[in-house]
Design a protein around this ligand. Structure first.
Ligand SMILES: Cc1cc2nc3c(=O)[nH]c(=O)nc-3n(C[C@H](O)[C@H](O)[C@H](O)COP(=O)(O)OP(=O)(O)OC[C@H]3O[C@@H](n4cnc5c(N)ncnc54)[C@H](O)[C@@H]3O)c2cc1C
Length: 480
């Protein structure tokens, strides 16, 4: 099939039958449920966009299918740039608020399939499995979710090597048909709206026999028997788009995933019991860098949007000339330009890797990834600081159609906008800086790619430091 329409996507999730639990109830039709319907339509719109802009958003794959461009295994630096442009279109649709548009995992999977020898080194069939799964995902244009982290009762054991053995996801049996897994993972964003669950390792395990049952990488249908998704409280209940402009469109649900003796067929197993391969998976395959590419594009779009919002708010309150407002806007410009520079440098310096595909340059894209969790909270804070009480002077859409409407029209107009436009603007600002949706976005940016302390530690490991150290040593050794 290749790139599919939004209608095809909606049909697929409607008929899937995944076990999704919300507020004590099993949800039968996620596409129709108030907690998910709006986001389902947004994901569908992304798929439609691919078909509407097929020249920029799809490519001819080696099997002749016209596939979504996020599945491309870049054969040149130009391919990386083209993929970045495609990702930008999707990110613009949600103003950067849908971190889990399908390109996030599609580009990752493409990188893993290119690195099939990494998987084959453990067992030859695992190399075939990752390639076949990638091709099937591309042909079906699946929407996938993923889960990497085991829940932990105690963090006292430190960072390395510890899995709470009774609750973490683990291997419990090997049968002729496949492996049987049990336990729990946190989290899986977008799971109720996904068809496939990809389970990969991110937790570093101690290289010892006891860790083997936890060393797993596989994919399963979200509808596999025994697989359950437990949703958090939803932030959208088919709200008015005026009242909650983002929550009513882009609420990506996050789920705890329970595996109750789930059978995973052998052809969907990529790593089993190989601790070393699990620990090296993202780094060695360089899938992590392709994943960062989508993140970098999203970060640029999100920074640009918040900057635009900051300016719009300043204009609405006639505050563009105030020094402290200008200083804060300058800070937003700096963040935006740094994010643009990181992305541009990473794309410009894309190079062929050992698996035969082009990959963005790691140092700038990794710096952007490490900076954004630190900078995004400040962007949000600036929206709060520059908006203050206006974030609360926000009657609902219904109020504009009530007897009180003349009061609202009279008292709530802005410097350059009428009351309705001003309230709409600050309602949007609230969904960026104050609402449940906003709070979740903040948490997402802080943590979705992993614990920031360990990410920073990995940056130290992955950066060539010697040239800088040599400068110091050379200077110390200088006699002139
Ligand atoms: C909105 C959202 C969506 C997400 N979606 C997904 C998803 O789709 N798929 C997925 O796989 N994961 C997802 N995640 C989970 C994400 O991978 C984890 O949050 C991340 O890896 C950090 O793990 P943790 O939450 O267990 O925090 P921890 O690792 O427990 O860290 C919590 C805090 O404690 C500190 N800390 C931890 N251990 C130590 C220590 N020994 N010493 C000192 N400090 C320590 C950390 O620095 C951090 O500040 C999501 C997270 C969020 C918030």
């Amino acid at each position: 099939m290749g790139a599919r329409s939004g209608g095809d996507y909606l049909k697929a999730i409607r008929g899937l039958g995944a076990e999704v639990w919300l507020g004590g109830e099993r949800i039968e039709d996620v596409a129709a449920h108030p907690a998910f319907a709006a986001c389902a339509r947004s994901v569908a719109a992304l798929y439609d966009m691919q078909l509407a802009h097929a020249d920029e958003m799809t490519y001819r794959a080696e099997d002749g299918e016209q596939a979504g461009l996020s599945f491309i295994q870049p054969a040149s630096a130009e391919d990386v740039v083209k993929r970045g442009r495609m990702m930008r279109r999707w990110a613009e649709y949600s103003c950067g608020m849908m971190g889990r548009a399908p390109d996030y995992l599609n580009s990752t999977l493409a990188a893993m399939a290119a690195a099939y020898k990494f998987f084959a080194a453990s067992e030859p069939r695992f190399g075939d499995n990752i390639v076949n799964y990638y091709r099937q995902a591309r042909r079906s244009d699946w929407c996938a979710t993923h889960t990497l982290v085991n829940p932990r009762k105690s963090r006292a054991a430190g960072w390395v090597g510890h899995a709470d053995s009774e609750i973490a996801l683990r291997l419990v049996d090997r049968t002729r048909e496949g492996i049987v897994v049990k336990g729990c993972r946190v989290l899986a964003t977008l799971a109720p709206l996904a068809e496939e669950l990809q389970v990969f390792p991110s937790t570093v395990l101690k290289n010892e026999p006891a860790a083997k049952p936890f060393a797993l990488a596989f994919a399963t249908s979200c509808a596999a028997p025994g697989l359950r998704f437990l949703c958090r409280e939803p932030f959208d209940s088919l709200h008015s788009r005026f009242d909650h402009p983002f929550a009513a469109r882009f609420e990506e649900m996050d789920c705890v995933v329970v595996f109750d003796d789930v059978l995973v067929p052998w052809e969907r197993v990529f790593v089993c019991g190989d601790v070393e391969r699990c620990n090296g998976l993202y780094g060695e395959t360089e899938a992590v860098i392709h994943m960062m590419h989508q993140v970098a594009v999203k970060n640029v779009v999100k920074s640009e949007f918040l900057l635009g919002l900051g300016v719009r708010i300043a204009r609405a309150s006639d505050a563009m000339s105030l020094p402290h407002v200008r200083e804060r806007l300058a800070e937003m410009i700096m963040t935006t330009e740094v994010m643009r520079a990181c992305l541009r440098a990473a794309e410009a310096d894309a190079a062929l890797n050992k698996w035969g595909i082009f990959v963005p340059a790691r140092p700038p894209i990794d710096v952007g990834r490490n900076l954004f969790p630190r900078l995004y909270p400040r962007l949000v804070e600036i929206i709060q600081l520059n908006s203050s009480s206006s974030l609360m002077a926000t009657p609902a859409e219904r109020d504009f159609h009530s007897a009180i409407a003349p009061d609202i029209e009279r008292y709530l107009a802005g410097a350059d906008v009428n009351a309705r436009a001003r309230v709409a603007l600050y309602r949007l600002a609230w969904d960026v800086a104050g609402s449940s949706f906003a709070g979740r976005q903040l948490l997402y940016e802080r943590f979705f790619f992993g614990d920031p302390v360990r990410m920073a530690s990995a940056l130290v490991d992955n950066t060539g430091l010697e040239q800088c150290v040599r400068m110091v040593d050379d200077f110390l050794a200088r006699s002139d």
